[in-house]
Design a protein around this ligand. Structure first.
Ligand code: HEC
Ligand code: HEC
Length: 122
């Protein structure tokens, strides 16, 4: 029993020393993104949609692409990144374009219908 505990302890130490594993399947985010920036982007996406990581990911296998939500999210990341690159768009405008801008904390967006067109003047 003591040996088992010691082995688990050293395995834990080794994992910590190695740090988080490098991402294996980034297709739209920069491949050399730091772990901190990747987690910032993931937290922003989760908060923007009001969901947990498992909405898009198979837990502990974040590199897998087997959830359609992750595939959609990849296109959404591309859309947001492209919009932000719009030539001439001031930084303070570009930085307002996030997942939250449209999603407002829900994966599925409940929008009121657009208002009726203004009545014609007589
Ligand atoms: C709205 C969907 C969505 C949510 C929620 C989300 N992710 Fe992601 N995640 C993605 C997408 C899309 C990619 C791939 C990006 C790419 O291809 O560049 C990704 C990639 C990753 C990767 C890199 C995996 C690899 O090896 O390639 C990690 C790690 C990760 N996410 C962790 C998380 C964590 C932790 C959370 C919760 C805090 C989270 N994600 C929440 C969509 C999401
Ligand atoms: C310009 C508006 C807009 C922005 C910005 C936006 N989305 Fe979306 N997204 C939508 C709309 C509209 C839908 C369809 C919503 C619905 O099903 O009610 C959608 C659907 C989704 C879905 C599919 C949900 C499902 O269950 O199939 C995911 C995942 C998603 N968005 C992720 C993201 C992420 C991550 C970001 C930020 C990187 C983002 N979106 C930014 C408009 C946007």
């Amino acid at each position: 029993m003591k040996i088992l505990i010691a082995a688990a302890f050293w395995a834990g130490m080794l994992l910590q020393a190695q740090g988080p594993p490098a991402p294996k399947n980034l297709q739209v985010l920069p491949k050399d993104i730091s772990h901190d920036d990747l987690m910032k982007a993931m937290r922003a996406a989760s908060q923007g949609l009001g969901v947990q990581c498992s909405f898009c990911h198979v837990p502990r296998e974040m590199d897998k692409d087997d959830k359609h939500e992750k595939i959609v999210a990849r296109h959404m990341f591309t859309m947001v990144m492209n919009l932000r690159k719009t030539e001439g768009m001031p930084e303070e405008v570009a930085s307002k374009i996030t997942c939250w801008t449209c999603h407002r904390g829900s994966a599925h967006i409940e929008l009121p219908p657009p208002p009726a067109p203004p009545a014609k003047k007589q």
